[in-house]
Structures are given as C-alpha cells and as structure tokens.
Design a protein. Structure first.
Length: 277
C-alpha cells in the first residue's frame, strides 16, 4: 500500500470529492491499470465500497474501465482532470449566475465593500480586469502593475482601452501610459502605496496597496465616489503633461467625458427623486 498525501487528497475534498473518491483517484493515478482489489489495497479504501466508488467515478468520466476479466481501471491524466473540473465548474457557475439574476431582479446597489489584505486586493483587481469590456483606468505602482500585467495584456488584446498612470516605471506598451519612472524603493520611503482602478466606468477599487494582511481598500459602484476617483487620475495625468511638456489633452478629454457622463447621471437621478416626492 502506497501512502496518499493528505494535503493533495484534501484539495480534492474541497472540490467535491469524498475522502474515498479522492484516495481512489490518486491511488489509481499512481498505479494503473488496476483491478478493484488492487486499488482497494493501494489506496486504503475498504473493499466493501471500492466498486461503488469506481462506478461513480466512471459515471463522472474521471476513470475508464478496460477489459472484462478481470475489469481494470485507468484514470484521467491530471491535465485531463483539471480540464474536466474547470469545464464542469464553469457550467455550474454560469447556471447559478442566471438563476440568481432571475431570482433577484432588483437594481444593483451602490454600496461599499471593504477589501482586507493584499492578496484579496490583487484577486479582486484581476477579476475586474478580466470582466472589463470597454475601459480600464488605473493609477498604481510598478509592483502592482506587474502583478496585474497578464490580465491587463489580455484585456488590451480583446480591445479594452487602458489608461495607466504611475509615479514609478511601468510598461509603456500597456496602453496610454503616463509614468514618471521614479525608483519604487525611494518613493516608498515617504509615500504610501495606493491603487485606483476604474473598470467600464462602473466598478472602482481604491485604497492602500501595501503588502500586508491589514491593508484595506474599497470596492464600490457608487457614482459620486467613482467620479472623485476619476478626478484624481485626471489631475495626475494633467500635472504629468505640464511637468513633462507632453500633450495629454486627448486622454484627459476622454476621462472628462466619463466624468461628465457620471455627473449627468447623478443630476438625472436627483431630478427623478425630486419629482417623485
């Protein structure tokens, strides 16, 4: 009997495998093809349940049976298993999304969500970048831009307009980039890291980007706060143009249009509320 790593089995448990199912797949992965008796022995799964588990895994498409006398089993390769799980999860998530949207037909709220910890911040930014379809406006430091570089490039390739500002040095090819190129370590001695990111003119992430578990940022769709955040980016790019004697008018006008659009929406919402009272 070969030892099955508990941490690896545990990761499969978190994806919906029972303990015996995980051990059966891993045992079979290590030694195949194998009979039910052999799998039971090498994976330490009781013979009384091994065939039930094998039938279930075969029905799920995770293992395949070959031969008849005796029947032997082979597993999907790790690459094939990951592809199967990703496809299944994507289908379930899509179905859940549709059902939830149909269940909750109320308008989206414009609340605030606190994001605690650097890892959570980067995961949220990555998710919003992947969902972006039109625009991404971001002000951040080199480290954070590099952390988000892969999804940013993917967004650019699918036609998303990217405007990036930084006091540090960042990749000039990401989009409309305005960067001073200040050394990151020197800047950190007197200035706290921060990030401001607006995607598709509806989602804003803003706050500290220090690499610790206690740092906090916010995520919101609040129109007023989103407009203020755009103002910061507009101001930084405008000052960049003045200091570097660079024409930034085209980018600033684009950002100003977004700002005015939000202002128009706020005025319309106010008028509707006043008229309804």
């Amino acid at each position: 009997m070969s030892e099955i790593p508990a941490d690896l089995s545990g990761k499969l448990n978190k994806l919906g495998f029972t303990n015996y199912e995980a051990r059966t797949y891993l045992g079979l992965l290590r030694n195949n093809p194998a009979t039910g008796y052999e799998i039971s022995h090498q994976a330490d799964v009781p013979r009384s349940v091994i065939y039930t588990i094998l039938r279930k895994l075969e029905a799920m498409g995770i293992i395949i049976s070959i031969h008849e006398k005796p029947r032997r089993y082979i597993p999907l390769s790790p690459k094939q298993l990951i592809a199967l799980l990703e496809s299944d999860f994507s289908k379930r998530l899509s179905s859940l999304r549709d059902d939830l949207f149909n269940f909750n037909n109320k308008p989206e709220t414009e609340g605030f969500w606190n994001i605690r910890g650097y890892e959570s911040l980067m995961e949220l930014c990555t998710s919003l970048i992947k969902e972006a379809r039109e625009t991404i406006y971001i002000s951040a430091w080199k480290r954070e831009i590099e952390q988000l570089e892969k999804p940013l490039w993917a967004a650019k390739k699918r036609g998303v307009k990217i405007v990036a500002f930084s006091f540090t040095e960042i990749d000039q090819n990401l989009g409309d980039v305005f960067a001073y190129g200040v050394d990151e370590d020197k800047l950190a001695k007197f200035w706290d890291r921060k990030i401001i990111m607006v995607t598709d003119s509806k989602d804003l992430v803003m706050g500290s980007s220090n690499m610790d578990d206690e740092q906090q940022a916010i995520w919101t769709q609040n129109r007023a706060v989103l407009t203020i955040a755009l103002n910061y980016i507009i101001l930084d790019i405008t000052l960049y143009g003045q200091r570097k004697k660079v024409d930034v008018s085209e980018t600033v006008m684009k950002l100003m249009t977004e700002k005015v659009d939000h202002l128009d929406q706020l005025i319309e919402e106010t008028d509707r509320n006043n008229n309804s009272n």
